[in-house]
Design a protein around this ligand. Structure first.
Ligand code: C5P
Length: 218
């Protein structure tokens, strides 16, 4: 195609973001971190005191987010929030509000607008199932919950944030459960998705695997 789409879906802390950036860099493609849009909506809700069950207000926030992305950085209303949206509190609220269908609908066009030549690597939960069902290559990236908790722990410690592996593991299990069992856009492999378990694989090797799959498309 003239504009390629690669989707990478998977659970929290499976390494999707790192792998997506790696693949996009290699191919010179754009990248969409769709989770960031849910996190940005959550952050805006926290800042404006909007409750997690106030669906009309949350939907309004999602529809009117003033967002800019550049490299690994993101701005909300002109203020850089790259670190702020990574906080566990924001991730948990993002997961809680992501169950609301109207809010999700308000983010669809914004996500699809990222599909620009020469191509896009989109990571999230429903990239291959809902947002880009026509994608050229769909990947479902997983890793054991223990390994994901270890990775999240190391990320936090490297940022100088104190963390507890057992608490993180519980948190990941709860978030996975909610993402998998929700009625709208649940976390499931898209039809035709390539399954990739990265429990014993580096992000670089996962990216190389995806690039090899992409190279085989005709
Ligand atoms: O991927 P990340 O952990 O940043 O996403 C935060 C939350 O946003 C997820 O737990 C999930 O509930 C939600 N999300 C979603 N659909 C996406 C991406 C993220 O529901 N495409």
């Amino acid at each position: 195609g003239m504009s390629w789409i690669i989707t990478i879906d998977g659970p929290t802390a499976s390494g999707k973001g790192t792998v997506a950036h790696w693949v996009a860099d290699k191919l010179g493609f754009h990248v969409l971190d769709s989770g960031a849009l849910y996190r940005l909506t959550a952050l805006a809700a926290l800042e404006e005191g909007v409750a997690a069950d106030d669906v009309p207000s949350l939907t309004d926030l999602a529809a009117n987010l003033q967002v800019q992305f550049a490299d690994y950085r993101v701005w909300l209303n002109g203020v850089e929030v790259s670190d702020a949206i990574r906080a566990e509190q924001v991730g948990n609220l993002a997961s809680a509000i992501a169950v609301h269908a109207p809010l999700r609908a308000a983010l669809v066009a914004r996500q699809r607008a990222f599909a620009q030549p020469p191509g896009l690597v989109a990571d999230g939960r429903d990239m291959g199932t809902v947002i880009f069902p026509e994608a050229d290559l769909k990947v479902f990236l997983t890793a054991s919950v223990e390994e994901r908790a270890r990775r999240r722990y190391n990320q936090l410690i490297n940022k100088g944030i104190s963390a507890n592996v057992d608490a993180l593991l519980l948190d990941l299990q709860q978030r996975d459960e909610r993402d998998r069992t929700r009625a709208v856009a649940p976390l499931v492999p898209a039809p035709g998705a390539v399954l990739l378990d990265t429990s014993a694989m580096s992000a670089e090797d996962a990216a190389e695997f995806i690039l090899a799959q992409f190279a085989q498309l005709d």
